[in-house]
Design a protein around this ligand. Structure first.
Ligand code: NAP
Length: 284
């Protein structure tokens, strides 16, 4: 059984459907009951079993209830995908910055910690399992105007690194996924002008690209996956020195360079999401 948080839309929905397509039973968790019910139906249409549990991952009680309901229904948890999260765009001098960091930490990091702490005893008891944590390219290299998000994504990377080493010698794997910009509603509230310069002409990944990478990571026991692979050049540059990392980040603001690196090859993020309906209001 695969438990996916943030499964009501975007990358989490794609991950749940991809696992269901492989015949897995899935538990879907998020705050929006209505959207979860839609995804549950989509999973059932694929012939797989699904349970959706309305959950705010920032609530210990809700997470405890989620894990209890999952085990009651399916008896075990094979894969936990810690995907729920939010993201804000804005400069460090903005008065909202500290609050953006707090809110993002709360949903994307503390939520992940709480869910992991509730699921780990079950994986240990089973003696096996896999945990997949969703970070971002921004979890290895920050960009201007993405400081709050990058702080939290770096913390997700560090959490995953510690966890993997604490679980060494067990049959419980830990993978961390670092996707580049992906076509979901995560940054819908930011206008094109508010986006960091390299992101204005970047072609986003599809949620399905990320979902397939997650399945491959679990199958092959991969510790870290960066998507697309060309983003590794940026990370390699950053590892050499921040000057090289910054130079590559700045070079990505030029469309021909982004194009040559395969980062700008079609519609931009805003062009991709503008045709989609606004996400439904959450029903709590
Ligand atoms: N889009 C990108 O460019 C990108 C790139 C790299 C990594 N990521 C990461 O991928 C993950 C998924 O994001 P996405 O792009 O698919 O964004 P999205 O479409 O906005 O989906 C976010 C999901 O998280 C859920 N969520 C948010 N806060 C929650 C909470 N407190 N409790 C439970 N569920 C919560 C949302 O559901 P409800 O609102 O119904 O609760 C939704 O299902 C995030 O962790 C994000 O940081 C995204």
């Amino acid at each position: 059984m695969v438990l996916v948080t943030g499964a009501s839309r975007g990358i989490g929905r794609a991950i749940a459907l991809a696992f269901a397509g492989e015949g897995a039973r899935v538990v879907l968790a998020a705050r929006s009951a209505e959207r979860l019910a839609q995804v549950e139906n989509e999973v059932r249409d694929l012939g797989a079993e699904a349970l959706s549990v309305q959950t705010d991952v920032t609530s210990h009680d809700a997470v405890a209830a989620l894990v209890e309901a999952s085990v009651n229904r399916f008896g075990r948890i094979d894969v936990l995908v810690n995907n729920a999260g939010i993201g804000k765009v804005g400069g460090i001098e903005s008065s909202a910055f500290a609050d953006d960091v707090r809110q993002t930490l709360q949903a994307s990091l503390f939520g992940m910690i709480t869910v992991t702490q509730h699921v780990l005893p079950i994986l240990r008891q089973q003696g096996s399992g896999a945990i997949v944590n969703m970070s971002s390219v921004m979890g290895r290299k920050a960009f201007a105007r993405f400081g709050s998000y990058a702080i939290v994504m770096h913390s997700v990377s560090a959490f995953s690194d510690s966890l993997r080493q604490e679980l060494a010698g067990t049959d419980i794997g830990v993978s961390v996924i670092h996707p580049a910009l992906t076509a979901t509603d995560l940054l819908r509230e930011a206008t094109e002008a508010e986006m960091p310069a390299p992101f204005r002409h970047m072609t986003p990944l599809s949620p399905d690209d990320v979902a397939h990478a997650v399945i491959a990571a679990v199958r092959r026991g991969k510790r870290r996956v960066v998507l697309p692979r060309t983003a590794n050049m940026l990370l390699l540059g950053e590892a050499v020195s921040p000057r090289v990392g910054d130079t590559i980040a700045a070079a990505l603001t030029r469309r021909p360079i982004a194009k040559a690196l395969g980062m700008s090859r079609g519609k931009t993020y805003h062009e991709t999401i503008s045709n989609r309906p606004e996400p439904a209001t959450r029903s709590r």
